[in-house]
Design a protein around this ligand. Structure first.
Ligand SMILES: [Zn+2]
Length: 482
């Protein structure tokens, strides 16, 4: 290799199939502010500009949660994104929600991509073989660069079984040292870049335990890292979500070591001139869905977002619709991180699918007070576990119909202090009628008389908007950190 050289690494993570400009939340002083951001044509424009500036000393990686999250993606099982992604000049990816279509469909999508899907931690259950390559080697700017992928490891642990049919997922910690060894001793790489979808806390822990990774591109937990985190000699970045940001890391490399770096979290701003070729691809992909998606189904006076961990306006809207549709006393949904905000004004079909792209059926269950506390404790541990590897959730379980006072810092099983239903304490032995969406809302092990209804959540949301016009949503203090 050249004695001293440079490389610019660009990161895309958790873009969740946001094809085009959409609203994004930014904290501004004491409140949330909203402005449009993102879209692949603007992403392409930024990447093209960096390539021109850096004379192709550029590596561009995608950490996954790419093929799922919006209606056009869902309706085509990710296929609508393929021509767009193939136009971006990506070098490799790893995955998470891509598995929602089932492993076989995802493998088809991977075959259509012009870059590899990497994962050291996915195994065929029967054969113990790995269905995806573990690494690839790229020669860029006089450097041999080893790319290693670690996919999301919770797919077979907390998500619907169809997502992981025939597969098992590990943390990747056991596998990583031997892959690093192969890359250094057999492939003679100068630099190793890890493309991870474990989550930021998990990646920081892993990089403290395994040496030899130069750059860790971290995904899954939607962190906007305005500056990199350094773990030992590993530079770790993560770059928001919804394709509203790109991470840029300019590395100076000497004798196989990163000797200097600069970083920028680039906002994919509305005023960036879209790349015309990718813009055409985006218009073409969206055209079959445009009319339906732009249909106005209501109006909101509250800005609906999903950006805080304990309770959000967007999920309270969803939970209110669940309560009204079923007449239940409580409602539960998973604390998903994806979902672009909806600003005051018209609400469209597109907005509703961004909230809950799977459009699952509504279910009901009768659940005891004791089970509710157990379910909340389990969820709080998965969200706030001291051991990062035990963090397997998104945000705190979205809930409505009670007020829980919690001690986040407590050990597992000891966080829920008191739960009130109205003015009365939750009763352990009493069955409460609850409504929910997906097994991540209320897992199968909880409750009795579990029923799946014919109505799906998008219809319930539309019905709720029709009745409550304009929509106004308030936070209820469902979880109070004490
Ligand atoms: Zn994810």
């Amino acid at each position: 290799m050249a004695n001293k050289t440079s490389l610019t690494v660009i990161q895309l993570n958790d873009s969740h199939a946001y094809f085009d400009l959409h609203q994004e939340l930014f904290w501004q002083g004491g409140q949330a502010a909203y402005r449009p951001a993102g879209g692949y044509a603007r992403i392409a424009a930024i990447v093209n500009q960096i390539r021109a500036e850096r004379q192709d000393h550029v590596l561009f990686c995608d950490c996954g949660d790419t093929l799922h999250g919006t209606y056009p993606a869902l309706k085509t099982q990710g296929q609508a994104l393929i021509p767009i992604l193939n136009s971006l000049g990506l070098d490799a990816m790893t995955a998470h929600w891509e598995f929602a279509y089932g492993p076989e469909i995802f493998k088809q999508r991977v075959a259509e991509l012009n870059y590899p899907m990497l994962a050291i931690n996915i195994y065929n259950k029967a054969t113990k073989e790995r269905p995806f390559p573990t690494f690839s080697v790229k020669e860029i700017g006089g450097l041999r660069i080893g790319l290693v992928g670690i996919a999301c490891n919770i797919i077979d642990k907390t998500m619907p079984p169809s997502y992981s049919e025939g597969l098992e997922f590990t943390l990747g910690r056991e596998e990583l040292p031997s892959i690093i060894d192969i890359l250094r001793t057999q492939e003679h790489v100068d630099l190793i870049v890890l493309i991870s979808h474990l989550g930021f806390s998990q990646d920081m822990q892993l990089m403290s335990e395994v040496q030899g990774i130069d750059v860790c591109l971290s995904g899954h937990t939607h962190n906007r890292l305005y500056k990199p985190a350094l773990q030992g000699k590993t530079v770790v970045i993560q770059s928001g979500c919804h394709g509203s940001f790109l991470g840029r890391l300019d590395l100076e490399i000497e004798g196989g070591n990163v000797v200097d770096y600069r970083h920028q979290l680039i906002e994919v701003e509305r005023n960036i001139k879209p790349d015309p070729i990718v813009d055409d691809l985006v218009r073409h992909a969206l055209a079959p869905f445009q009319e339906e998606l732009s249909t106005v189904v209501g109006e909101t006076t509250t800005a609906l977002n999903r950006s805080t961990t304990l309770e959000t306006t967007m999920d309270n809207f969803l939970l209110q619709a669940l309560l009204e549709s079923t007449g239940a006393q409580m409602a539960f949904s998973n604390g998903w991180r994806f979902g672009a905000p909806i600003i005051p004004g018209d609400v469209t079909v597109n907005d509703l699918y961004n909230m809950i792209p799977m459009n699952p059926p509504i279910s009901t269950v009768e659940i005891t007070g004791e089970e509710i506390v157990a379910m909340l404790e389990e969820n709080l541990e998965r969200t706030f576990a001291r051991n990062p590897y035990n963090q397997m959730g998104g945000y705190v379980k979205r809930s409505l119909g009670f007020n829980a006072y919690i001690k986040i810092e407590n050990p597992p099983g000891q966080r829920v202090q008191q739960v009130f239903v109205g003015d009365e304490l939750l009763q352990s032995g009493r069955h409460y009628p609850a409504s929910f969406v997906t097994e991540q809302g209320v897992a199968k092990k909880y409750g009795r008389n579990r029923q799946q209804h014919t109505e799906h959540i998008i219809d319930a949301l539309r019905g709720y908007l029709a009745k409550h016009h304009p929509l106004k949503v308030e936070l209820q203090g469902t979880f109070v950190a004490v």
